[in-house]
Design a binder for this molecule. Structure first.
Ligand code: MN
Length: 351
């Protein structure tokens, strides 16, 4: 331990954690029912079959903490010097469910519960909306309610919806609502779709260790290469876990994208208004959730710019007080560190 962790800005900045998860009992029960009935996809079976039932110390802690939007969470924040948390309904949200009415109800009720918690702790908790992408029009309406009535600051979509991606035309109402309402779109991982997961469960690589980044980076590249940000130049896409690895690869992504366009190899690849570097510096925001790793954070700052990289803890999945200390001790200039911990989140989430 190098230093005590306190809230209140004793190091010259507040700490705002931007990818923090909660669950509702109704959401949890619906997902566990799917698993019990054998109707969940392989990724959900693997993920929630584990987190939902394992008796291990870690999963028991996670289950208990996910369902708490009160004093346990505030205590955990106080103990690790986290001043504010941006909260979202945990993965997979409603997206693994098949019943449209149930998905809408769980999203709406989750938003109401989160709103009540934000009202109870107004300078600690901030909300990101849950939606039901299986019903895009309803989701667009719920985003309007989230912004205008609930005072929320973004939306979390847990990547694919039954193997479908947000660049597909049926989801356009959701993208348009995010752009019109100026709500950042946080794409968070969930289990991989059945047609993509291969043997990842068999080899133990489907989850946060690896599979998540494969699937979410694919999702982000679909949005980028299909021209979503030419259609919605103000839309801000947020990615966690070190931007799911993409900044590290950006030269190659951009080079091969241009090469593919030049050769006309793929009919679906159409010219964009800008190169991929432009979108990463104008439309993509990153957090370091689950990745308190200096080299990755410095790479993101170098590639995307110091205004586009934010701190996240990923509570309660990764609750490690020493990680906060490492980030305090990160070897970057003070002004960058203040942006990373505080002012970038204030700016992009409009806190
Ligand atoms: Mn997370």
């Amino acid at each position: 331990m190098t230093h005590e962790l306190k809230t209140g800005g004793d190091r010259g900045y507040l700490r705002i954690a931007t990818e923090e998860a909660f669950a509702t009992q109704q959401q949890f029960d619906a997902i566990m029912r799917l698993i019990k009935e054998g109707r969940a996809d392989k990724g959900t079976q693997s993920l929630w079959g584990f987190y939902g039932t394992s008796p291990s110390e870690r999963t028991t802690f996670i289950r208990e903490r996910l369902l708490d939007l009160g004093e346990l969470r505030i205590q955990a924040m106080d103990d690790t010097g986290i001043d504010k948390a941006v909260l979202a309904m945990t993965s997979p949200g409603t997206q693994t469910l098949f019943d449209v009415e149930e998905a809408r109800e769980i999203a709406r009720d989750g938003n109401d519960q989160l709103k009540a918690a934000c009202e109870k702790y107004p300078d600690r908790f901030y909300g990101m909306a849950a939606v039901a992408p299986i019903d895009p029009e309803w989701s667009a309406g719920e985003l309007r309610r989230a912004k205008e009535e609930l005072g929320f600051h973004g939306v979390q979509i847990n990547s694919h919806t039954h193997g479908h991606y947000l660049d597909e035309p049926q989801f356009d109402p959701i993208l348009r609502a995010c752009a019109d309402l100026d709500l950042p779109l946080y794409i968070h991982p969930q289990g991989l779709p059945d047609d993509m997961i291969g043997d990842m469960v068999g080899v133990g690589l489907d989850g946060a260790i690896f599979g998540f980044a494969v699937e979410v980076s694919y999702h982000a590249m679909r949005l980028l290469t299909t021209g979503v940000f030419d259609r919605y130049p103000n839309l801000q896409l947020m990615l966690g876990h070190g931007c799911e690895g993409l900044p590290h690869m950006l030269y190659r992504l951009d080079y091969m994208h241009k090469a593919g366009l030049r050769s006309g190899r793929y009919p679906r690849l159409k010219p964009l208004q800008h190169d991929l570097f432009h979108y990463f510096r104008n439309n993509v925001l990153a957090t370091n959730s689950g990745l308190p790793f200096g080299p990755a954070i410095k790479t993101m700052i170098e590639v995307m710019g110091e205004d586009r990289v934010m701190y996240a803890m990923d509570y309660p999945y990764q609750y490690v007080p020493d990680e906060v200390r490492w980030m305090d001790d990160l070897e970057i200039p003070f002004e960058q560190k203040k942006k990373f911990f505080q002012t970038n989140a204030e700016r992009w989430f409009k806190l």
